[in-house]
Design a protein around this ligand. Structure first.
Ligand code: ACO
Length: 428
């Protein structure tokens, strides 16, 4: 069968350049312009990568027009709350859901790998109290590279497997210790008798010595199954999202042959920004700033005013120009939790009023601006008594599996090259 091609014509001199069109299994086809500079002496220009596919991948598929998100071919709605987060991690890394035995073994291995080298625990002492947990989490993750130097050269599939499992298991421990450091209380070590997500809540909430007493600061003592299930589903909804800003950062660092945990630390740095994962924290700040349903119209007007830098946090997405399926799943979870947990009804009312006003406003409709995952996660995490500064670290715990799977895919792709874009120079 003849190849499909795409021709570009330089209208200055009439020269034409023909390129292959590559088809994926789903989604838009791509024009393979890798030889364009060699052929024409010109670069293509696409800051922000709005039309650029930066890699080939088999992990996650998004159809942003039809609100579709699939991990390894499985619809997100069939995974979140239906399979455990650890089973979803297994699926992302291995391409198939685990058997019952594989699932049990994986769970057990992650429990046992959740401990940190004592050297890492000591590092927390050097950070000031009140440091943002994202800063501490990123720094301590970078420091992991000093303890696992052997992961710089991975040869066999078993080497990759061990490296991936280690980071997935340790990130929640680092995140919980980062939080405890920020409020000046001693760390809690993991409890191997607890499942991944319950263990994270335990490390956040337990009293020194591991007792489940009230820690103050809004953290309640006991851990309810409904809380574990809700947070587990939240982790799954954050687990991967193809070539987003932080994943692209991880892949760029991976392309230079740096240590995998250094690449993960760079993903944490990229995720922290308010335009990306940091938005969940900002949504809560904004709902509190709005303060009352009667102020919603004023803030919607500010968001539409091009002379005002105010943006409605938790709205809009580069890929989703219709509903974000993750937000839809969280909305369902929110309704369920509303009945069973003490959700802040005032904040919920403000959130509902913001959503209603935005979704019926021409400005938002015309630009395809819908609530994204961060719009709903904040209210739910608050009901789970997660402190607001831990919202983005929770995103990190969910996304680590995506980052490390994408890292592995790039490293195991023999055609991958160092990421090195070009520029349009307009200086002196
Ligand atoms: N409030 C008001 N206007 C907005 C918003 C918003 N939240 N988001 C986009 N717009 C407007 C822009 O001003 C622009 O208008 P224009 O066409 O008149 O210039 C138009 O919609 C397109 O916006 P861009 O910024 O060009 O879209 P882009 O794809 O580059 O940005 C982004 C996407 C960064 C998510 C943006 O929508 C935003 O800043 N949202 C708020 C922050 C947020 O919620 N981030 C979380 C995203 S989800 C995630 O990372 C997990």
């Amino acid at each position: 069968m003849a190849k499909n091609t795409f021709t570009l014509t330089d209208n200055r001199n009439g020269k034409s350049y023909e390129y292959d069109v590559l088809d994926g299994t789903r989604g838009p086809s791509v024009v393979d312009i890798r030889s364009f500079y060699k052929d024409s002496g010109m670069f293509t220009y696409d800051p922000g990568y709005t039309s650029t596919a930066s890699c080939e991948s088999k992990i996650t598929f998004i159809d942003g027009e039809n609100s579709e998100l699939k991990y390894r071919g499985y619809d997100i709605a069939d995974l979140a709350g239906k399979k455990s987060f650890l089973d979803v991690c297994f699926l992302l890394m291995r391409g198939e859901l685990p058997t019952k035995e594989e699932s049990q073994n994986f769970d057990l291995e992650i429990r046992h790998r959740s401990f940190l080298h004592e050297g890492i625990v000591k590092i927390f002492d050097a950070f000031p109290n009140h440091a943002h947990p994202m800063a501490t989490l990123g720094s301590a993750t970078m420091a992991l590279a000093t303890f696992y130097a052997e992961h710089l050269t991975l040869e066999t599939e078993d080497d990759y497997k061990e490296m991936r499992r280690r980071i997935i298991a340790k990130i929640p421990t680092i995140a919980a210790m980062s939080y405890r450091n920020s409020i000046g209380v001693p760390p809690i070590y993991p409890d191997v008798d607890r499942y991944f997500t319950e263990n994270f809540l335990y490390m956040l909430r337990a009293y020194p010595g591991g007792k489940m007493k009230n820690l103050g600061n809004g953290l309640s003592a006991e851990i309810k199954q409904i809380e574990v299930d809700a947070l587990d589903a939240i982790f799954t909804l954050h687990a991967d999202h193809e070539q987003n800003a932080s994943t692209t950062t991880v892949r760029n660092v991976a392309s230079t042959d740096a240590h995998p945990y250094v690449a993960i630390a760079s993903g944490i740095a990229a995720l922290w920004g308010a335009s990306h994962g940091g938005a969940n924290e900002k949504v809560m700040d904004q709902l509190k700033l709005i303060g009352d349903v009667k102020n919603v119209d004023m803030y919607i007007a500010k968001a539409k005013d091009k002379n005002d830098p105010f943006r409605l946090m938790g709205f809009g997405h580069r890929v989703y120009k219709s509903r974000d399926p993750r937000a839809e799943a969280l909305k369902g979870l929110q309704d369920k939790l509303r009945e069973e947990l003490n959700l802040d009804s005032k904040l919920l009312d403000i959130a509902a009023a913001v959503e209603k006003a935005a979704l019926s406003d021409e400005y938002f409709i015309k630009r395809g601006l819908y609530p994204n995952i961060d719009f709903y996660s904040g209210v739910i995490l608050t009901a789970l008594k997660i402190p607001v500064e831990m919202f983005t670290p929770i995103f990190v715990i969910g996304r680590t599996v995506g980052w490390i799977t994408q890292w592995s895919e790039l490293k195991q792709d023999p055609t991958s090259k160092i990421a090195r874009p070009r520029q349009l120079y307009t200086g002196k």
